[in-house]
Design a protein around this ligand. Structure first.
Ligand code: ADP
Ligand code: ZN
Ligand code: ZN
Length: 659
């Protein structure tokens, strides 16, 4: 009797054997229903064996799932994910399984379909865009990675769409990965305008399961010619894949931060190589990982240093010091005046602060007590409407205390500024202005963001206040002022990528200003205008900044000059974490005894030492050689499996983006 080796969706480093009932046609790549510890689950068949050392205890496969057999390409991708990211094979293969099919309810119309935009005339590509397109397609459809470094507004999207048109015309499918769910409706509209007769589908986690499954089917059957997707789309079968686009390739949302900790950009490159098709990694602020490879000529480098709209210029950057200025409600006189001027000219302003809520914490004026989460090493954030102290890490919420829990003083003050507080200040300072706040709190509703950006486009809004949700992708034509508040906070971060991220964020957000005929201005409130990040912003010279960062990373042997894997562990008791990590460190040292290529550092607390009631710590393993690290990790993982106690939760994070 034939048996199937099946990857079941649990964190075990093994596959499970089931016997195949007569008449069931089961092969590698099939998604099957089977029982695991008496629970029904979907598994992916890795292999079928004729051999029959079947113990009596083996269970049968219950049924085929109805999901089309997964092609070899994505099966190989899952195997790679398991091996590279040290993820249990069952969890890696579960990434391939689409959501279940629902009753035949027609898929909800997407925002793009509801819009009835007139088909916009397509621009003829300018010289820089044509060069970029040539670089991407240059190798007549074979594998090559092109880093497309284009400033905000340089017309990267038009380049992607021209490359996509080319691929589709030859019968190919195009995978376009974008970072934000919020960006997909806008992007989708642009795709449909540029490629009106092309079957485009989206894949992202906010789609209803039925719609996502229908779109997945369209991708897998080859019917969908363009697949526009967040990171999860990198696992979709695409039989005619001819081109991959990764937009905003530097964005951390391509990295999954829990479960299987894969990086969709890196997997996209892997997939392109395996399929021998071109891939383009686009950004105004490429990740140093990508930058280094383009410098080293492993990737092609296409640059678009100017805005595409011939009337548009990159915005002028000004710095407004806080020290010594008449700062009111967080605003410097320079920024207040600039906002007034925009209102008078019927232009729009965007106020950017990367903190939602009213104020980052509540503080006692007498003894210095600050509101802290009992479950996390974090401040409780002051929120109004409703009035609550909220933890942004665990969701805990409590009413405001009437008095200081330490000293009884009733004089408790909100400390610092969040979007709510700035909104209040703006409304008070500019009573006639139409103000909108955009953050996770105001966009919980599925369509809220689309409605808001439509209001901005229709000029129903004068002043936008928001978090980084506003930084990306939007093309608001009458927006001429961007004010940046609180950016200096990031300069104190311990994360070695903090300045790289801040530069990316500021260039993105600055890029919202002056995208059409009206000149844009950016005012950054800072006391450190001489910092390299701000100098790069002011000179629009990312290349120089990247070179500077690269030198720092080389000197400190940090990525991309080295490779890192992180062992993260958490437990309710700190002692359990410490014991586990100490043992893990010892094992690592004996495993790489005599091998100087892999360095392991003693355990340290995580950047956030406690979260959701769990004490957290980590051990870093580092190497100049990817191969050496990859050889070490499976041996370490095996050793860890035998040392871990049930009280400790742990995971390996290869190429981590947060610490
Ligand atoms: P990016 O993605 O690089 O930030 P976009 O693709 O959004 O830039 O393009 C910015 C603006 O420039 C858009 O309004 C787009 O329609 C316009 N644009 C793109 N290419 C051209 C061109 N060749 N000529 C004129 N305008 C263009
Ligand atoms: Zn007090
Ligand atoms: Zn908390």
């Amino acid at each position: 009797m034939a048996i199937a080796h099946v990857a079941m969706p649990i964190a075990a480093w093994q596959t499970f054997d089931y016997w195949i009932p007569d008449g069931l046609d089961v092969a590698r790549g099939d998604v099957v229903r089977a029982r695991l510890a008496n629970r029904a689950a979907l598994g992916v068949v890795i292999d079928v064996d004729a051999a029959s050392e079947i113990g009596e205890r083996l269970q049968p496969i219950d049924a085929l799932s109805g999901i089309p057999r997964l092609p070899e390409e994505v099966m190989a991708l899952a195997a790679f994910v398991s091996a590279y990211y040290q993820a249990a094979p069952g969890l890696a293969h579960a990434l391939l399984v689409p959501p279940p099919m629902r009753a035949r309810k027609p898929a909800a119309k997407s925002a793009a379909q509801m819009e009835s935009d007139p088909p916009a005339a397509l621009h003829a590509l300018n010289a820089a865009q044509t060069n970029a397109l040539d670089a991407i397609l240059g190798s007549s459809g074979t594998f090559a990675v092109t880093m497309l470094h284009g400033v905000t507004g340089s017309g990267k999207t038009d380049v992607y769409l021209a490359a996509a048109t080319h691929a589709v015309a030859r019968g190919g499918q195009v995978l376009i990965l974008v970072p934000e769910i919020n960006l997909t409706p806008q992007f989708e509209r642009r795709v449909q305008r540029a490629l009106p007769n092309v079957h485009t589908v989206t894949l992202h986690s906010r789609l209803a399961a039925g719609a996502r499954r229908a779109n997945w089917n369209a991708a897998a059957s080859g019917d969908a010619q363009v697949v526009l997707s967040t990171r999860l789309g990198v696992f979709a079968p695409l039989p005619h894949l001819a081109l991959i686009v990764v937009d905003e390739e530097h964005d951390d949302s391509f990295k999954q931060q829990d479960g299987v900790r894969y990086h969709a950009r890196d997997l996209a490159v892997w997939r392109a190589q395996r399929r021998n098709v071109p891939i383009v990694l686009g950004s105004a602020t490429p990740s140093l990982e990508t930058w280094a490879r383009a410098q080293g000529a492993r990737y092609r480098h296409a640059a678009m240093p100017e805005r595409a709209d011939p009337r548009a210029r990159l915005p002028a950057i000004r710095f407004a010091p806080l020290r010594g200025a008449d700062v009111r409600d967080g605003f410097t006189p320079a920024l207040r005046e600039a906002i007034s001027a925009r209102l008078a000219r019927h232009e729009q302003s965007l106020i950017f602060v990367n903190r939602r809520g009213y104020a980052p914490s509540l503080k006692c004026a007498a003894c210095g007590w600050e509101s802290e989460c009992t479950r996390c090493a974090a401040r409780l954030v002051v929120h109004h409407e409703p009035d609550r102290l909220r933890c942004h890490h665990c969701g805990h919420a409590e009413p405001f205390p009437r008095a200081c829990p330490e000293c009884g003083n009733v004089d408790l003050l909100p400390l610092g500024f969040g979007t709510q507080r700035l909104e209040q200040a703006i409304r008070a300072a500019f009573p006639g202005a139409r103000v909108a706040r955009v953050d996770r709190d105001t966009t919980r509703n599925k369509d809220a963001f689309a409605t808001l950006s439509k209001d901005v486009e229709d000029q129903a809004i004068d002043i936008l206040i928001g978090t980084q949700m506003l930084a990306k992708g939007h093309d608001f034509r009458r927006l001429t002022l961007v004010g940046v508040l609180g950016a200096d906070n990031a300069l104190y971060s311990a994360d070695f990528r903090a300045t790289e991220r801040l530069a990316a964020l500021l260039m993105q957000v600055a890029g919202r200003a002056g995208r059409a005929d009206r000149a844009g201005e950016v005012i950054v409130q800072t006391d450190f205008p001489g910092h390299a990040v701000y100098r790069a912003l002011a000179s629009h010279d990312y290349a120089r900044f990247a070179a500077e960062l690269m030198r720092e990373r080389e000197a400190a042997q940090l990525p991309p000059s080295s490779r890192i894997a992180l062992l993260v562990a958490e437990a309710h008791a700190r002692a359990d974490v410490d014991r586990f990590l100490d043992a893990a460190f010892d094992r690592a040292q004996s495993l790489c005894d005599g091998d100087a290529r892999v360095q392991v550092f003693p355990p340290v607390p995580a950047a956030m030492a406690r979260r959701r009631g769990f004490e957290r710590g980590q051990v870093i393993a580092q190497s100049d050689e990817r191969k050496a690290l990859l050889a070490f990790l499976p041996r370490w993982r095996e050793a860890l499996t035998t040392t871990a106690s049930a009280r400790v939760r742990w995971a390996l994070d290869v190429d981590p983006v947060s610490f």
